[in-house]
Design a protein around this ligand. Structure first.
Ligand code: ASP
Length: 306
């Protein structure tokens, strides 16, 4: 059975296949030409143990655009609050025979654990600081729409790389597809563990925006993952913004036609200035949100569309 648990385990052919399908659905959404009953009679179960706006909603809309039904399970109103174990919860929900499960969890590897217990495809909607594969796919779709190809693209991952599943999945995907990836962050937010989720090999590291940004085609800003770090690491967000925030001035250091991305939710005034986030010449942030729908339609279609 096929799952989508992480980008790290995909071949370049598989990534290309996902991206081609995502492009197909992005174009089809423009002209209304897709099969609206492709997933008729399928039931998609979403299990989000961590909060979500974009991922949860876009999986729901993507499923419905393909004619599937969704069941949105919520930990707050479930028996997890009556001390039911995670394993028992998963076994119980699996007995109800959904056609696919989308899971987000604060535990590293929870989606693989679930995939080993259930009888349907499992899609990772984000696990701890490990992987967020559909985010990396929709980001890649956005970059391809703007820059034509990922090959040779100069991409800067900026900010809290160390705690970001988005950075990990993007770094794997971009490296596999021939982009040139670099990291710009304070030393303590740069991943160093060779056994960690982040692929360190061949990735340049900079601790200053001024040094790292020249030559950049794509700047991907990342949210400070306060929920995954010791609060004392960044006591003063103003100083952080002064040193690592993306401002109009810093944008000028990169290539003239640089695009700015952010997976959301954004912390305006902490990692990105308002006038950069809303700059129609460079910001792709709304496009990323929109691309969540065709990308997730593609993933659902490829896993359960037959
Ligand atoms: N929404 C993304 C995620 O769930 C990024 C973030 O939360 O900062 O990983």
């Amino acid at each position: 059975m096929k799952h989508l648990l992480g980008i790290n385990e995909l071949s370049t052919d598989e990534i290309e296949d996902y991206l081609e399908h995502a492009k197909f659905y992005a174009d089809s959404l423009e002209n209304g030409s897709w099969d609206k009953n492709k997933l008729h009679n399928k039931i998609i179960l979403t299990l989000f143990f961590e909060n979500s706006t974009r991922t949860l909603t876009s999986f729901d809309i993507a499923s419905k655009r393909l004619g599937a039904n969704t069941v949105v399970w919520h930990p707050k109103i479930s028996s997890v609050h009556k001390d039911e174990s995670f394993t028992d919860t998963i076994d119980t929900l699996s007995e109800m025979k959904p056609d696919a499960i989308v899971i987000r969890h604060s535990e590293y590897g929870a989606p693989s654990f679930v995939a080993n217990r259930v009888n349907c495809p499992v899609i990772n909607g984000g696990d701890s600081w490990h992987e967020h594969p559909t985010q990396a796919l929709l980001d890649a779709l956005t970059m391809i729409q703007e820059k034509k190809t990922l090959e040779g693209l100069n991409v800067a991952l900026c900010g809290d790389v160390a705690h970001s599943r988005v950075a990990n999945s993007n770094a794997h995907l971009l490296k596999k597809m021939g982009a040139q990836v670099k990291v710009i962050a304070p030393e303590f937010l740069i991943p160093h563990d060779p056994k960690g989720a982040f692929p360190l090999d061949g990735i340049e590291k900079f601790t200053s925006m001024e040094e790292g940004l020249p030559g950049t085609d794509v700047i991907m800003m990342l949210r400070i993952q306060k929920e995954r770090m010791d609060k004392s690491l960044i006591p003063d967000t103003q100083t952080y913004f002064k040193d690592f925030g993306l401002t109009q001035e810093r944008l000028k250091i990169a290539k003239k036609d640089v695009i700015v991305m952010h997976p959301g939710p954004m912390n305006r005034g902490i990692e990105i200035a308002d006038d950069v986030a809303d700059d129609p010449r460079h910001s792709m942030i709304s496009r990323q949100v929109a691309n969540g729908i065709p990308t997730r339609m593609a993933v659902l279609d490829m896993l359960i569309g037959g």
